[in-house]
Design a protein around this ligand. Structure first.
Ligand code: MSP
Length: 509
């Protein structure tokens, strides 16, 4: 098995404070990074901020601050969010760092040496909001296809010979059918490339806030060439150190659907041109709306992730975002749906189950963890087999970035356990058959342990509290601890449980 795993988020523009969309992309990566670590992989999880370009320069001017001080403060907001959301990134990269700039210049020099960059003149549309060039045919009613305003730009520019990479890109897509997911996005990319590629302008000459082009002070690099290179910077490619060979190529570049083209067309073309290996996968998730409405600053309905955590709790928010919407689809943030998930999935299904079972053990068995049945009944076996099969199905879902499916599978086992507890009625067995009661509680404890281990990637704090209650030692919480052979070295003695998943009660008006 390939033991290393390198996952990246897009790096975020520092023109504004972080919102739910940013939190969502990084959360998905965090869940996957944590999953892979628990599954025994050597993970590198990278996130950071994209600090150059006209959009950031304009935002700094508007704030009346020099761009560096401006980016320092806005980047800090993203770093604070990562802490608040309990993201486990191994590194936070900033594109204004000296190391990153040197890495961009190294890549640039290689592309120049290999003859893939030439000087010319750009005349066409540019959208500062998208930091993207658009052709005449893409313009709709005077705007970018994304609805962003465009301006006419005419300036000297360096070009990358993207047009020469069409066939090689198509051949690469053909040979790597999992390169872009979901497949609908992959189809869009293939048809875009099949339609023909024009050489890409990779420098700007009308402002200064960017990585200087080597040997030409009049130009800074196009912000997307600079930004994409961050994935290499973080591996140590600049010095060819061991980290680079250990981690490149990336296993997953997680992106939103709006920026697939940059990752699935331009980035592989740059890398091929530089003779570097290509990333294994680009996953494009969908966009959130707020109560059915497109999220926008002008509408004033931007969702602040800090406010969600304040009101609903951290793990509740993390769970909702990954459970509610099939990953890859657009999704709607509805307050009622959030409350429903908290009260039904978390407080009732998992929280109550675990409280009930532990309370019965405390009350009826003096807190001593019962032994597994020596001759399990058909019902016992059915539940235990469902538990033991869970890791492999959740692994499949997570490795395809289908987080909602993985969580659904866990909750199917939790529902099964709730039916089992009702059918077996351990509280009644207390009087009629105490040894059987102990067996039933042992099977349930095993189910709760398995589920608690498996929800760690999505709800790390709550899962830990649950595992603390079950007295599972900290070195027995990884996925190797799941399954038949491992349940026997379980502890000992538990105490009266505290609710890990409180109900959400709407504050009185
Ligand atoms: N700086 C570029 C990425 C460079 S990567 C080499 C960028 N930054 S961004 O800050 O504008 O967006 C970052 C991510 O946030 C994108 O993946 C985008 O899809 C995501 N989202 C922005 N708004 C969103 C929603 N309303 N919903 C979900 N995600 C959205 O693009």
């Amino acid at each position: 098995m390939d033991k290393r795993f390198y996952i990246t988020t897009p790096i975020y523009y520092v023109n504004d404070k972080p919102h739910i969309g940013h939190a969502y992309t990084t959360l998905a990566c965090d869940a996957l990074a944590r999953f892979q670590r628990l599954d025994g992989k050597n993970v590198k999880f990278l996130t950071g901020t994209d600090e150059h370009g006209q959009k950031v320069e304009e935002a700094a001017n508007k704030a009346g601050i020099d761009p560096q001080s401006f980016t320092d403060s806005v980047s800090q907001n993203f770093q604070d969010l990562a802490v608040r959301m309990n993201f486990s990134n191994d590194e936070f990269i900033r594109t204004t760092s000296a190391r990153h700039k040197a890495t961009c210049q190294k890549l640039w020099n290689i592309l120049i040496e290999k003859g893939h960059i030439y000087l010319g003149k750009y005349a066409g549309w540019y959208s500062v909001r998208d930091e993207a060039y658009y052709t005449e045919t893409e313009i709709v009613d005077g705007k970018a296809p994304t609805g962003a305003p465009v301006e006419w730009v005419e300036e000297p520019s360096y070009f990358f010979d993207l047009s020469k990479w069409q066939d090689k890109l198509l051949a690469f897509y053909e040979a790597n059918p999992d390169f872009v997911a979901p497949s609908s996005r992959f189809n869009e990319i293939k048809s875009f490339v099949s339609g023909g590629l024009k050489d890409l302008s990779v420098s700007r000459a009308s402002f200064k806030w960017g990585v200087p082009v080597p040997n030409d002070d009049d130009h800074v690099m196009y912000v997307w060439l600079d930004a994409l290179t961050n994935y290499l910077t973080a591996t140590g490619w600049l010095d060819d150190d061991a980290g680079y060979k250990d981690h490149w190529p990336a296993d997953v570049h997680m992106v939103g659907k709006d920026i697939v083209r940059f990752h699935a067309v331009y980035w592989p073309a740059f890398l091929m041109a530089a003779d570097l290996p290509l990333p294994k996968r680009v996953y494009a998730h969908g966009w959130w709306t707020n109560e059915g409405q497109k999220i926008s600053k002008s509408v004033g309905n931007v969702i602040d992730p800090h406010a969600l955590v304040d009101e609903f709790g951290l793990d509740q928010t993390r769970y909702f975002l990954l459970r509610e919407v099939p990953f890859g689809n657009d999704g709607d943030f509805a307050r009622s749906a959030m409350i429903q998930r908290i009260n039904s999935d978390l407080a009732n299904d998992l929280g109550n189950l675990s409280n009930r079972v532990q309370s019965l053990i405390v009350k009826n068995l003096e807190g001593v963890h019962p032994d597994m049945p020596s001759a399990p009944t058909a019902d016992d076996r059915e539940l235990l087999e469902a538990c033991d099969g869970l890791l492999s199905s959740v692994r499949t879902s997570f490795s395809q970035q289908q987080f909602h499916e993985g969580l659904k599978a866990i909750w199917e086992v939790i529902s099964r356990a709730n039916r089992y507890v009702d059918n077996q009625a351990p509280w009644a067995l207390k009087k009629t058959d105490p040894p059987r009661m102990a067996e039933v509680l042992a099977v349930l404890m095993e189910t709760i342990r398995t589920c608690a281990i498996l929800v760690q990637p999505v709800m790390p704090q709550s899962a830990n509290s649950l595992l603390d209650q079950l007295k599972v030692p900290s070195d027995k919480r990884d996925f190797a601890a799941i399954g038949g052979a491992r349940r026997d070295d379980l502890p000992v003695h538990i105490e009266k449980p505290q609710a890990v998943f409180p109900r959400f009660v709407e504050a009185e008006e």
